[in-house]
Ligand binder design. Structure first.
Ligand code: GTP
Ligand code: SPV
Ligand code: MN
Length: 595
């Protein structure tokens, strides 16, 4: 399939080390895909869902220990610890490689080594990058086929060129005659999700789930790409990309960074509840952005599918996601109904009797055990989204007018506010906090700082990453064309713990204000933390019952913000000398305005 010498030698080297029974080069065809899925059904790993209800779709349950990203087993192996920074786990690259070579030795015995050539980004985009993943998991192969452009076409484009080598093994070799389990993986303390940004390599061992195993996503498109982006002067971000069209037919694209399980997929696919507005989806998780010839910042979605949180997705909260998963979808760790369909908490109808939960037991309606794991996910082709943007595969990307930052903040942070300028916006990104979610294993409950929603995904020192954002503002060919920066918070609660804001489709009401503010079409209110809307500029037609909440949603409690400043102080202190002085200046200015 290829004459690429580096690729052939690299595969051969890993075959020698991992000692698989077979080697298979993936062409990405329909036929090949069917063969893998049928093999997994025969092996008891996959269940074919009811062809009438859920055509071309399959059901998987992971091992109960392998349900999400493992941040404490994720490593950035740069030459020095300082280059990785205090927010990343660091091990010297040579040491990590020697630990892992031992683990990889014979780790694919009894299994097949699959070679997956893939492209992050449209094949004809010069922002796109080619990777090759080797894996011993057929689940990874069928998932990568949805999440990336994968197979022979990628090898054709690669030719003799360079690629990012990505090594993956579930870390569960089979002895002769040993029966396989449905979801092979290694125990948590033997998992390693390792990145070598300086040499552009990914070595992942021991997990078969999501971002730990589909190496094009978080590992390549964020951790490795963020490092490259810093070197080359562009941005690789944990951001959705969406198009918004107003009733006059004017369209803008915005990109939004929220931490994992904080609403990117939902916002990207939003169906507006106010008439005349339209939202279209370019991407739901990752954005790669470069300045175009016209001086604007252009974004591509490097992915080809959605790996979305299933629980709470319904025809009420996210109809476009429900349509996206109507067929040709892989479901992992949701419930399986007796008639061969899927079910999860918040899907919008009662759980059918006899449904099997994600732990493969018949669900007992009297128990508190959830049917779906909170980080249960669907893997669906982006092309199936009814709201997919006509430009979503444009190799040049789409021009970005605004950036949104946000997280889950039950108090303190208002519904929306605008940065005073670029550096203030970078400051806002650098202090993003959010209540932790189920998207990663083993985190302490409560609010944690997740700057730019990149805490788990930045491939180098996060203080230097802040500097890079400052620098993007400086190197912009035309500073007036830089995206405007906003912070949003859909998750503010009242004293009884109830959401103050309806969220989902009603978030268009905030986007409307942002859209108009980008055009300087509305007057804003200057506050110590930034510009907020005038109360009457948030459209509450049709949700008058919550209009009483607007004051609270826009309220800026100075004493709470002074407490927040103490937390920011502590957060910044951890970066030592890596914190850019521009951000110190912004922080001082905020404290002065609060006085
Ligand atoms: P990752 O894929 O982990 O990066 O997550 P994400 O940022 O795409 O989050 P997603 O859109 O999947 O939402 C995660 C959870 O937040 C789901 O359970 C949603 O139902 C819930 N959620 C999303 N948007 C809103 C909102 O506007 N309001 C409220 N209250 N909940 C929301
Ligand atoms: C996230 O955790 O931000 C995800 C899911 O998008 S995973 O791909 O597993 O990282
Ligand atoms: Mn994500």
């Amino acid at each position: 399939m290829t004459n690429n010498k580096k690729l052939l030698a690299w595969v051969e080297e890993w075959v020698q080390l991992c000692q698989p029974d077979n080697v298979y080069w993936c062409d990405g065809s329909e036929e090949e895909n069917r063969k893998f899925l049928e093999g997994m059904i025969a092996a008891g790993t996959a269940v074919k869902l009811n062809e009438e209800r859920r055509p071309g779709s399959y059901y998987f349950q992971s091992d109960p220990s392998d349900v999400a990203r493992v941040e404490n087993r994720t490593y950035i192996c740069t030459n020095t610890k300082e280059l990785a920074g205090h927010t990343n786990n660091w091990v010297d690259p040579a040491e990590m490689k020697s630990i892992l070579r031992e683990k990889y030795k014979g780790c694919m015995k009894g299994r097949t080594l699959y070679v997956i050539p893939f492209s992050m980004g449209p094949l004809d985009s010069d922002i796109a990058k080619i990777g090759v993943e080797i894996t011993d998991s057929a689940y990874v192969v069928v998932s990568m086929r949805i999440m990336t452009r994968m197979g022979k076409a990628v090898l054709d484009i690669l030719g003799d060129g360079d690629f990012i080598p990505c090594v993956h093994s579930v870390g569960a070799p089979l002895a002769k005659g040993q029966q396989d389990v449905a979801w092979p993986c290694a125990p948590i303390e033997e998992k390693y999700i390792s990145h070598f940004p300086e040499t552009q390599e990914i070595w992942s061992y021991g997990s078969g789930y999501g971002g730990n195993a589909l190496l094009g996503k978080k590992c390549l498109a964020l951790r490795i790409a963020s490092y490259t982006a810093k070197e080359e002067g562009w941005l690789a971000e944990h951001m959705l990309i969406m198009g918004i069209t107003n009733p006059k037919g004017e369209k803008k694209y915005i990109a939004a960074a929220f931490p994992s399980a904080c609403g990117k997929t939902n916002l990207a696919m939003l169906i507006p509840t106010i008439p005349g507005w339209k939202v279209e989806t370019v991407g739901d998780d990752i954005a790669w952005m470069k300045f175009g010839a016209d001086g604007r910042l252009y974004a591509i979605n490097p992915e080809a599918g959605f790996f979305g949180v299933a629980p709470m997705t319904s025809t009420h909260t996210n109809p476009n996601a429900m349509s996206s998963v109507r067929a040709n979808t892989i479901f992992t760790n949701v419930g399986l109904t007796p008639d061969g369909d899927i079910w999860w908490e918040g899907i919008g109808y009662d759980c059918p009797a006899g449904t099997i939960n994600w732990k493969n037991q018949v669900h007992d309606p009297a128990s508190d055990e959830p049917v779906a794991h909170p980080n249960a996910r669907f893997t669906a082709p982006a092309s199936q989204c009814p709201a997919i943007d006509p430009e979503w595969e444009n190799p040049a990307g789409v021009p970005i007018s605004a950036f949104l930052f946000g997280g889950r903040r039950p108090s303190t942070v208002p519904l929306v506010f605008q940065a005073r300028n670029w550096n203030h916006g970078v400051f806002m990104g650098s202090i993003v906090g959010s209540e932790v979610t189920a998207a990663a294993i083993g985190l302490k409950a409560g609010v944690r700082r997740d700057p730019f929603a990149m805490l788990p995904f930045c491939g180098y020192n996060m203080g230097d990453y802040f500097k890079h954002w400052i620098k993007i503002g400086e190197i912009a060919p035309d500073k007036t064309k830089l995206p405007k920066i906003f912070n949003v918070n859909w998750f503010r609660k009242d004293e009884n713990g109830k959401w103050l804001w309806p969220g989902y489709g009603d978030n268009i009401r905030v986007l409307e204000w942002i859209f108009n503010t980008c055009d300087n079409a509305v007057e804003t209110v200057d506050t110590p933390i930034g510009f907020i809307p005038k109360k009457e500029d948030i459209n509450v037609n049709g949700i008058e019952e919550i209009s009483a909440n607007i004051d609270e949603l826009l309220n800026i409690d100075k004493s709470k913000w002074l407490e927040e400043c103490e937390l920011i102080e502590e957060h910044y202190r951890n970066f030592g000398s890596h914190i850019p002085r521009e951000l110190i200046t912004e922080f001082e200015a905020l404290k002065n305005r609060l006085k």
